[in-house]
Design a binder for this molecule. Structure first.
Ligand SMILES: Nc1ncnc2c1ncn2[C@@H]1O[C@H](COP(=O)(O)OP(=O)(O)OP(=O)(O)O)[C@@H](O)[C@H]1O
Ligand SMILES: [Mg+2]
Length: 587
């Protein structure tokens, strides 16, 4: 194959695509520029989730006419002069290619003024058929950048844009990171003239957090600062131990205000809190590393999402120690209601008092609607199993006539002799049926509804004619589901019994049920309870203790279980007569 030399129009689009792949990347770059320009207020206006238009206005330093005209050219930056500067600056930008990249794939207009006295006019730079022109304009100090027609010249890229809701969610996530790492900047965000969120820039993390994740009953978030040495300090904000999540999504690390992908962060953080938080629970941790730029390299990823630390071990230890001290301090200060040497008994007690009947016994009550995306408050899956298991009555409390346990076949089928019969009982099926029955009873006894602390978004891959009917059915049984654009739905409340489960399982089952192009006889609640029971029950092949086997056999006979919730038989039996026929002792 012959080698071609690509012309500039082609490779600049390829390069731009690395930096700008969706509206959220434009927002990220423009907000970074406003931060670098020392803005104290940043106003973001979006149309159609940023797909149609993005306008960002700041009250920062602004630009002179000359700088404005240079700003959208390739490799133009005011932030560095030599490569060594990268190792001393803390600005968000330095590559001098963001505005150029944005200009390459959209229609850009910039209005700016660097004078607060009004003696020097402002200027507007715009493009007509890619020809740049500058005009004098009256405007306040600061910069306004307007982006339209994203990917107008890259139709293939444009096709990859998702629904406006998805793009808006992605912008929200980007902005939330910027907001949390710049608490002294007031952000205002509108989409289609509707307020998305607003922060007051007063430096308070807790206020900023609950301005974006709106909640009438905010939970405690404690700040902590840890000075490792002159070149390294860590500020972190964390939830108390009663608040935990089923994902690590709310464990985020920033380096010099940049959110980064840091592969060892989770391990360092969880080593720090493991003495204070039950395994499997994820507290909220926003951790900000402030480090001498000479000790890291930020120039290894176009979107600056990765950094390289000069000494990773130091950072690991610093994170671990900061988290450890923060959690130990909050425990000592009594915020969690226990003393520093009493963790284990507290956790055991907590697990055993979990009660399916009372709503959310292991999370604070009354979490109400919160805008934004996707936090799933963690309702400990493990705790549910423990409590479910502790609900299995012990053998001595039961009263069935005698049976003799022979053993377990193929690590699955419990073999029992009783009343002149041999029973082969499927250990998984019997426990699954039992758990399902209990969950169902609880649901019927307590059809309570929980408002979610933070609603979750469900995005369907396909649609069908039954969706609207299904949504009505779901809303009748305690869900509160709102339809958004582009096959996405916001779930704001759900039956308490489901809220007590691992939300990601509920989400997955809900999605499958909505995507089925039929309405089955089985209700969605049953479907979810069955799947949850299936996951909690012992599995085929699990080796059980004699006591566990005995309990399952008691349950089997007491509850007269015949079929599992999927309809399969739980057991089969052979009578003594039939058994003996095989030995030709009987005819
Ligand atoms: N909102 C703004 N206020 C003031 N100056 C700005 C603003 N946005 C851009 N500039 C100027 O335009 C220059 C080019 O911006 P651009 O984002 O392309 O590059 P950068 O920020 O220097 O580096 P990077 O490509 O890493 O973002 C900046 O260095 C800055 O001088
Ligand atoms: Mg920039």
């Amino acid at each position: 194959m012959k080698i071609n030399i690509l012309d500039e129009a082609v490779y600049s689009k390829i390069a731009a695509g690395e930096i700008i792949d969706k509206p959220a990347s434009i927002v990220r770059e423009l907000v970074d520029n406003s931060i670098d320009a020392h803005a104290t207020k940043i106003d973001i206006r979006l149309k159609n989730g940023g797909i149609n238009q993005i306008t960002i206005t700041d009250d920062g330093d602004g630009m002179s006419k000359d700088d404005l005209e240079l700003s959208t050219l390739k490799h133009t930056t005011s932030k560095i002069k030599t490569i060594d500067d990268i190792y001393t600056i803390k600005s968000m930008g330095f590559r001098g290619e963001a505005l150029y990249s944005i200009k390459t794939v959209s229609i850009v207009t910039i209005t700016t003024s660097n004078s607060s006295s009004g003696t020097t006019p402002g200027y507007t730079l715009s493009f007509v058929d890619t020809i740049q022109k500058t005009e004098e304009t009256a405007c306040n100090k600061g910069t306004k950048i307007d982006i339209k027609d994203l990917f107008y010249n890259l139709p293939a890229r444009k096709k990859f844009l998702k629904s406006s809701t998805t793009e808006l969610n992605s912008i929200k996530s980007t902005l939330i990171e910027k907001i949390f790492s710049n608490l002294h900047i007031a952000f205002t965000v509108y989409n289609d003239d509707k307020l998305v969120f607003r922060t007051n820039g007063n430096g308070n993390f807790h206020e900023a957090f609950f301005s974006v994740y709106k909640n009438e009953n905010p939970f405690e978030i404690s700040p902590f600062t840890y000075q490792y040495n002159d070149s390294l300090s860590i500020t972190l904000y964390h939830s108390e131990k009663e608040i935990f999540f089923n994902t690590k999504k709310y464990q985020v690390v920033f380096v010099n205000k940049r959110p980064i992908n840091c592969p060892f962060f989770y391990s360092a953080a969880s080593n720090g809190y493991s003495d204070y938080i039950s395994p499997g629970r994820n507290p909220l941790i926003y951790l900000f590393i402030d480090i001498d730029p000479q000790l890291l390299d930020v120039n290894i990823h176009p979107a600056k999402r990765e950094v390289k630390f000069y000494d990773q071990q130091i950072i690991y230890n610093a994170i671990m120690n900061a988290v450890k001290t923060a959690f130990s301090n909050s425990v000592k200060s009594g915020i969690t209601g226990t003393t520093s040497n009493d963790y284990s008994s507290f956790f055991i007690k907590e697990n055993h008092t979990v009660d399916y009947g009372s709503k959310n016994s292991f999370i604070p009550k009354q979490h109400n609607s919160i805008e934004g995306d996707l936090l799933d408050l963690y309702h400990s899956h493990k705790s549910s199993i423990i409590s479910e298991r502790s609900n299995i009555p012990f053998a001595h409390e039961m009263s069935v006539s005698d049976f003799k346990i022979i053993g377990t076949l193929f690590s699955t089928y419990i073999t029992v002799e009783k009343d002149n019969k041999v029973y082969f009982i499927d250990q998984h099926a019997v426990e699954e049926s039992h758990i399902f029955k209990k969950k169902k009873e609880l649901f019927e006894k307590n059809p309570g509804i929980d408002n979610l602390l933070i609603p979750f978004i469900l995005e369907l891959d396909t649609t069908n004619d039954f969706i609207n009917k299904k949504i009505v059915l779901l809303n009748e049984v305690g869900f509160s589901i709102e339809e958004n654009e582009g096959n996405t739905y916001t779930i704001r409340s759900l039956p308490s019994i489901l809220n007590a489960m691992n939300i990601s399982i509920v989400k997955q089952i809900l999605k499958e049920w909505l995507e089925e192009s039929e309405i089955s006889d089985r209700t969605i609640i049953d479907g979810i309870l069955i799947k949850a029971s299936c996951r909690e029950a012992v599995k085929k092949g699990d080796s059980l203790s004699p006591l566990e086997i005995r309990n399952l056999v008691e349950i089997f006979f007491n509850e007269e279980i015949t079929n599992c919730p999927h309809g399969r038989p739980v057991f089969f039996e052979i009578s003594k007569d039939n058994f003996e026929k095989n030995f030709q002792r009987k005819k």
